[in-house]
Design a protein around this ligand. Sequence first.
Ligand SMILES: [Zn+2]
Length: 184
Amino acid sequence: MYPQLLFAALIVVGAVSGLDIISRDGWNARPPTNSEAMSNPVPYVVIHHSAEPAACYTKDDCIAAMQTMQHMHQDTNGWADIGYSFGVGGDGNAYEGRGWSKVGAHAPGYNAMSIGICVIGNWMEELPPKNQLDTVHELIQYGVELGMISEDYQLVGHREVKETLCPGDQLYAEITTWDHFVDL
Ligand SMILES: [Zn+2]
């Protein structure tokens, strides 16, 4: 292998170590009823909480949470699919929602130019556990390295773009300290 390629491979492996992204098949997602392609890299990352379902700490419970959200979004809201690009569980796994390159349904005005990450749980009164927050960071970093998220992306909380308590007072306070956070 050429040294440059080896170096590039090491960077990629290093970035994703510890990051597990559970595919749609891995959580038995229903197919979307429709989908719209999104251009990458996107300039925004929007952070959400689920409020409900509550936090999950095992893979089984986080899979159930993803299914519950998809059913609510499809059956109750009438959307094509789960609204988020990804979910992140308290089990430390990331879960593929609409993924990197499909327009989401999570932040009107920003859906076609953002990755929407739902940090599963209600984070009004407490912070997500460290492993869950670490996974959010790793997922964003991986998206940048894949070229799906702009290197100079702007990170916002849902409440900045819509009248909502999302992503919860505690999680919102946390993300205001993160690199790339912007107060819109
Ligand atoms: Zn939200």
